[in-house]
Design a binder for this molecule. Structure first.
Ligand code: MLT
Length: 287
């Protein structure tokens, strides 16, 4: 039990520990370094190790890195019956309360992690320092996209996770990464295949039901009454969050920069880690 927060915490080692959130779920959290806290939220169907090239770079830059495996993913416990974007955002809020109780955090959300970052902003905006929205979008799904999500969930449950998620792989990595970076492709495939089928189904349902924040972007700074610098990042070759789409919606956000990472698809932090880290660190240091 952590005396300060009253929450149950089991410390495993210096770099990774488990915490139990009020819903009873165990979250595995990676913690590195000291300094201004930067909280990294992974995408779907992935886990916190997708930030493996950012940990050291951020620590060397003088930041503290906090990277949870989201509920249902990585080494965190399974989702159970259902979950929503709000549940994910509430979990992230618990992580902030425990690890950065007196500080605002800079939140970096990739794709699904970005959807959660929007939800977190709307509920807990006063806990934020800076926001980095990478390879993501503020819009909700079309009816067709929702159907595709539910179908993927059903396929995972009836067949297997890998059978359901394998078609995503060419949309996550650029052609060049797929053809030339065998280590990355194999490592990512294994991570995707490990996700429990129920997590695929529940997380897809949560994403299908997510709120649309596109009409609220222009109010980001005014309504929350915080001066919130925002960085939007995408990959030059990302078919899921294209540079053109990101340019359009990021232009609506006050105090927002857009960065497009060359020769990267949906996962620029893995495909072009040096460019990604430089972009991220420049933003975090400048504001
Ligand atoms: C992700 O990378 O998190 C997914 O592509 C998000 C999505 O399916 O919309």
């Amino acid at each position: 039990m952590d005396r300060a927060t009253g929450r149950k915490v089991l410390y495993l080692n210096q770099r990774q520990f488990d915490m139990i959130v009020p819903s009873g779920h165990k979250l595995a959290v990676y913690l590195y370094g000291q300094g201004e806290p930067v909280l990294l939220l992974h995408g779907f169907p992935l886990d916190a190790t997708i930030w493996r090239h950012q940990y050291q770079a951020l620590v060397d830059g003088g930041f503290q890195v906090i990277a949870p495996d989201l509920r249902g993913f990585g080494q965190s416990s399974e989702i159970g019956n259902a979950c929503t974007m709000r549940d994910f955002a509430d979990d992230v809020h618990c992580v902030c309360d425990l690890l950065a109780p007196d500080e605002r955090v800079s939140l970096v959300g990739l794709s699904m992690g970005g959807y959660i970052a929007f939800e977190f902003w709307s509920r807990y905006g006063n806990r934020l320092n800076k926001l980095v929205l990478t390879n993501t979008k503020p819009t909700a799904d079309s009816a067709e996209a929702k159907q595709a999500r539910l179908a993927m969930g059903e396929k995972a449950l009836s067949d297997s996770t890998w059978y359901a998620v394998a078609p995503m792989l060419p949309r996550l990595l650029s052609q060049e990464s797929l053809q030339q970076n065998t280590e990355l492709t194999q490592w990512l495939s294994a991570m995707m295949a490990r996700v429990p089928a129920a997590t695929i189904a529940h997380a897809q349902k949560a994403m299908a039901d997510r709120s649309d924040f596109s009409e609220r972007l222009g109010r980001m700074n005014h309504e929350s009454r915080i001066n919130l610098p925002v960085l939007v990042i995408t990959g030059q070759l990302d078919p899921i969050s294209t540079p053109e789409e990101c340019k359009q919606w990021s232009a609506k956000i006050p105090n927002c920069n857009l960065a497009v990472i060359d020769n990267a698809g949906h996962l620029p932090q893995l495909e072009q880690p040096q460019s990604f880290n430089q972009t991220l660190l420049e933003f975090l240091r400048a504001h």
